[in-house]
Ligand binder design. Structure first.
Ligand code: NAD
Length: 412
């Protein structure tokens, strides 16, 4: 199918619809499908999952074609692009199968569990001439893109340091057991790291030289990595700190009250009490209810047809507080978008453009296909971010600095 560049590129008017499919109708799929519902330039035509009940709801709601395997979905000649939202340990296999069948791919974060997996995915997209977009990171959000805009405008001079700190209830959100298993790509570094390390790399220009880090598994009765602290140094000497505490006694929302509130902080209190008391906890049924087609599907990302709450602010708080220090001023998140502090005082900047990061992602893929160019968040960008988060875990285990070898520069 031939697509037209977006109106924002100033080149076109009528836009043929991109025919998209979803591989993995779980909880993440709920978020992306909400944005797809609002996007006039695409059509949701098919889905694959191993759970027949999810496929049944998909057929009823969208009238699309359904498949019991990603392999079968990839044979569908009337699908242009696939959003892969299957479990992290299957991302490599599903992405390569899609590319081999000529499908463009948006892969959920983390793009893969290991660097060789990610490299094979990049290589497959190159070989089969398909687009690979490493999606769903907070760096796609309007607030953070606007921060990057202030940096690249040069008005505040060089970036001197970046600090990104998040406090969330990550460990107490409803989870399937495998979601906290490090070897399967579970735990905070894999799942929250892509948001934060993508933002830091975007603000700092992309080229990380080395990382030193430490991870934390603080609750033996909720086994998995719930904490990380990292010190990153860029090629040009720029320092950055990144912290994620997913143990949920309080949330970063407290520092930015205009951004909303934490959805699972209270659930965490009960879960923690149950776990400490040795009461059996099985939160898989709660997660099942929050997946696509589940009874509680709207709890995290809104009901069908509703916009997600975080779109009001232009950034979501899984990334935490982001503060950029420049030669002639500082930038941080604000109620209207950004707050800039410089020699003339303080100013609030309203964020413009697409606030929904998933919508931004849909545009990014569409335009990359229409203009036959690499998306910004392409496979190489995702690979570099994965290298950083793996480096943090390795550094924590080996208690030493880890050098980076697969970094790429950020876009302007
Ligand atoms: N949970 C969220 O809020 C969220 C948000 C955005 C992105 N994500 C990302 O989405 C991905 C999935 O996470 P999730 O939380 O939705 O998990 P999930 O377990 O709810 O969903 C995974 C889905 O994949 C299906 N699946 C499993 N094996 C499959 C196979 N072989 N073929 C086809 N389908 C298969 C499952 O049945 C399930 O419906 C992860 O990469 C995650 O990081 C999650």
């Amino acid at each position: 199918m031939t697509l037209q560049p977006s109106p924002s590129s100033g080149k076109t008017a009528v836009r043929p619809k991109l025919r998209v499919a979803i591989a993995g109708l779980g909880m993440g799929a709920v978020q992306i499908i909400r944005s797809m519902e609002q996007a006039p330039f695409l059509e949701v035509v098919a889905a694959a999952d191993v759970r027949p009940q999810a496929l049944e709801v998909f057929r009823q709601r969208y009238g699309g074609r359904t498949y019991e395997s990603v392999d079968a979905l990839c044979q569908d000649p009337n699908v242009d692009a696939i959003w892969i939202a299957s479990p992290n340990s299957l991302h490599r296999e599903h992405t390569i199968t899609a590319a081999r069948n000529g499908k463009h791919v948006v892969i959920e974060k983390p793009m893969a569990v290991t660097l060789p997996e990610a490299e094979a995915m990049v290589e497959a997209a190159d070989r089969y001439g398909t687009k690979l977009l490493c999606g769903h990171t907070a760096s796609l959000m309007a607030g953070f893109r606007a921060m990057r805009g202030v940096i690249t405008s040069g008005e505040l001079g060089e970036v001197r340091a970046v600090n990104v700190w998040a406090y969330t209830e990550y460990m107490f959100r409803p989870r399937m057991p495998q979601e906290l298993v490090t070897e399967l790509g579970g735990g905070a570094p894999y799942v929250m790291g892509p948001h934060q390390f993508d933002i830091v790399r975007l603000m700092g220009g992309g080229m990380v030289r080395s990382v030193r880090g430490m991870t934390g598994n603080w609750m033996p009765f909720r086994d998995g990595l719930g904490y990380y602290a990292a010190y990153l140094e860029f090629e040009n000497g720029l320092p950055a700190t990144v912290i994620h505490n997913g143990y949920g006694y309080f949330s970063t929302f407290e520092f930015v009250p205009w951004a909303g509130s934490s959805r699972f902080l209270k659930d965490g209190q009960q879960l923690r009490r149950d776990l400490r008391a040795g009461r059996p906890v099985d939160d898989a049924p709660s997660k099942e209810e929050m997946r696509f087609g589940g009874r509680n599907e709207g709890a995290m990302y809104g009901a069908p047809g509703e916009a997600e709450a975080s779109h009001a602010t232009g950034y979501q708080m899984d990334a935490g507080i982001v503060i950029v220090h420049c030669e002639k001023g500082d930038i941080r998140q604000g109620p209207e978008g950004l707050i800039v502090y410089d020699d003339d005082g303080v100013r609030h900047i309203a964020v413009e453009g697409i606030r929904d990061e998933r919508m931004a992602e849909l545009h990014e893929l569409y335009d990359a296909i229409a203009e036959d160019r690499r998306p910004h968040h392409d496979g190489r960008w995702g690979l570099a971010t994965l290298e950083v988060l793996l480096g943090v875990m390795q550094s924590g285990t080996e208690r030493r600095e880890i050098m980076m070898h697969r970094q790429c520069p950020a876009w302007e």
